[in-house]
Design a protein around this ligand. Sequence first.
Ligand code: SF4
Ligand code: SF4
Length: 434
Amino acid sequence: MGEAVVTPLASVFDQDEKRLLQECIHCGFCLPTCPTYMENGKEMDSPRGRLYLMASVLNGNAPIDDAFREHVNLCLVCRACETACPSGVQFGHLMEITRSALAETKPPSFFEKQLLRKVLTSHGWLSTLFTLTRLYQKTGLQKLFSTRPFDFVVPSKLRTLQASLPPVPPQRFSTGDNTLYSAIGEKKGTVSLFTGCVMDHLYPHVHAATVRLLTWNGFDVNIPARQTCCGALHAHSGDTQTTSDLAQSNIDLFDNTVSEYIVINSAGCGAHLKSYSKYIEAELSSKIVDLSEFLARLEMKQMSNGRVLKVTYDEPCHLLHGQRVSAEPKSLLSQIPGVELVPLRGADHCCGSAGRYTITETEMSLELLERKMDAVVESGANILVTANPGCQIQLAWGVRRRRIEMEVLHLAQLLDRVYSSEPGYPTDPTAKEN
Ligand code: SF4
Ligand code: SF4
């Protein structure tokens, strides 16, 4: 245990937030929904316990010490507790500001700071990082360093990271210029697509599928250049300054685009962009829609009968709890001819991805992933669908680890695949899987 530092949270909690904290009535309804509490049964790793700890530190009755940090850092910020809470406690927000206080008392390491502030905020740095990673994967170095003798040389966190990463595609989706893809047939409107940071590099084929779906269904799709990271990871890490800077930069960019909606195919980014008004004055939030919300409101073009598929859907926490979007993706899946949508036990429980949680809290992340994989096998599905890149990485890794015969797809990929046999369906933009 390190030395206790007596630093109250008073400097980061304003009056409203202090009031929010008091809204907890200690009823415990949130306990059975909390993945960390369900896993280890510790009260202090439950939402109620964490709120109690926050209040104790805020009131000066407890120090910010290593134990406090551990309970705070083990939280996934999945927000399942918010959905369960009858008092409307905004747990995610309280956790973010608590982490900002922790970041002040113990600043992140040099490496972490560079990753958050330099790499994630720059497509140049991301391109360099992913080009090197691709070389590492393609030249066989990854295989070599995954063998037993190197277990002693390669740090365990790095081994986890390299095992969980999907193959890096040769290029990212965005061209770096403003791009407009035209609607096919009668035009219904114009939307912008938020392409984000890591997703643009690791899942360009999901963005491509999204653009094809939207243009096929009558929308011009605008991809503004100079988009940057949404800032969700910075907010979860307590870096409020970079969070606000990124929010401002995206708002400036999207405020100048002529689109009725900003469509997002990443649940984590969508939940964060919808909450921009927490950080700065922003009208943007009302234009943000998840892809599934947007498509479910449309009269989508007919799909022909396809292959009979057994599909199951895992609900990304930031879509279900962060945006309260649940019926739409399932309704879209059940509209696909030939698809049998089978239930997934615990579909509303976090898969253990949660941003960089797989690296920072590997043990708990793997326990949650194993629990999820038990349910996935039980479902008997051939395809596991999600709607968030972080979940897609984690679930695909879980399927590989267990050698389960199953594809893990983004909702956009499955819909795109079904539409692709329709005459006239676009083949551009052509980003393909590696
Ligand atoms: S956000 Fe998730 S992990 Fe954190 S306390 Fe709430 S339910 Fe538990
Ligand atoms: S459900 Fe809400 S009010 Fe009840 S213990 Fe959990 S956070 Fe507190």
